[in-house]
Design a protein around this ligand. Structure first.
Ligand SMILES: Nc1ncnc2c1ncn2[C@@H]1O[C@H](COP(=O)(O)OP(=O)(O)OP(=O)(O)O)[C@@H](O)[C@H]1O
Ligand SMILES: [Mg+2]
Length: 246
């Protein structure tokens, strides 16, 4: 059963080795299949928020649950059910993996230690590569692809987990407009299937044509949380970020 609910109640998180919380007193509820866009200026705490949801940071106050699981104690299980596409990841040009290998890595955590992918895993990988239009790249070395192609591969790697929640941190940062629109359409379809999408983005011209929930972070605080039509999002974020949201 899919349950991509995300609930934070008064949550603060700090990075390990620091007492000072980076995000403070955050509360919100996101229901399964919602499409959430997270905005706010550089350093506001957007990535920290995604890492909190993915159970990667110590929670210093409050309580968080993801997929009905307590983030503080069930992080490992949560990460099996959450896909996370990190910000600005680039492969070493000499990385000895093909696109197919990298996509398949998304299945390994579900298989268990030492298990090898089987026919079902290969089938899912083929389906997801076709969905993202990268099936022709399957045998290519990952490090020799363009940034945009690598980004699609990383999204595919998260999608083969068949996640309940998909977290994406600025997935459009080096994509052309056509590719952004294409990926938006893919994400729209994934949300329709019931996967919760939480995406940090400054590319408000590339959003699916549906109601999205907008969260705006500023200086570690959540300062805006409201469902909006996609075409209203840019105005809201711009106003709230003081006209500057690099
Ligand atoms: N590993 C870390 N250890 C300690 N502090 C960190 C770490 N990563 C980020 N921070 C601090 O946490 C704050 C929020 O950073 P975060 O990366 O969440 O911002 P962001 O909103 O994602 O910014 P950007 O738009 O630049 O990606 C910043 O003040 C940053 O310096
Ligand atoms: Mg960030």
């Amino acid at each position: 059963m899919r349950d991509g609910t995300i609930n934070l109640a008064g949550v603060s998180t700090a990075y390990e080795g620091s007492d000072r919380p980076v995000i403070r007193d955050i509360s919100f509820t996101i229901t399964p299949g919602e499409f959430v866009v997270v905005g706010g200026p550089n350093g506001a705490g957007k990535t920290t928020l995604l890492e909190t949801v993915n159970g990667m940071l110590p929670i210093t106050r409050g309580r968080a649950t993801v997929c009905g699981l307590d983030v503080a104690s069930r992080g490992y299980e949560i990460r099996r059910r959450v896909g996370y596409v990190i910000q600005n990841f680039a492969f070493d040009p000499l990385a000895p993996f093909t696109v197919r290998d990298v996509v398949m890595m998304g299945r390994y955590g579900l298989l268990g230690y030492g298990r090898r992918p089987g026919e079902e895993d290969r089938k899912i990988a083929r389906e997801v590569m076709a969905l993202l239009g990268i099936e022709d790249l399957a045998g290519r070395p990952i490090g020799k692809l363009s940034g945009g192609q690598q980004q699609k591969v990383l999204i595919a790697q998260s999608l083969v987990k068949r996640p309940d929640v998909l977290l994406l941190d600025e997935p459009f940062s080096n994509l052309d407009l056509g590719t952004r629109d294409f990926i938006c359409g893919v994400l729209d379809g994934i949300a329709d299937e019931g996967c919760t999408i939480m995406m940090v983005s400054h590319a408000f011209d590339a959003l699916p044509d549906r109601e999205v929930r907008v969260l705006v972070m500023n200086d570690g605080h959540l300062i805006f949380n409201r469902p909006c039509r996609a075409d209203e999002v840019e105005d809201h974020v711009r106003t709230l970020s003081g006209g500057h949201h690099a």
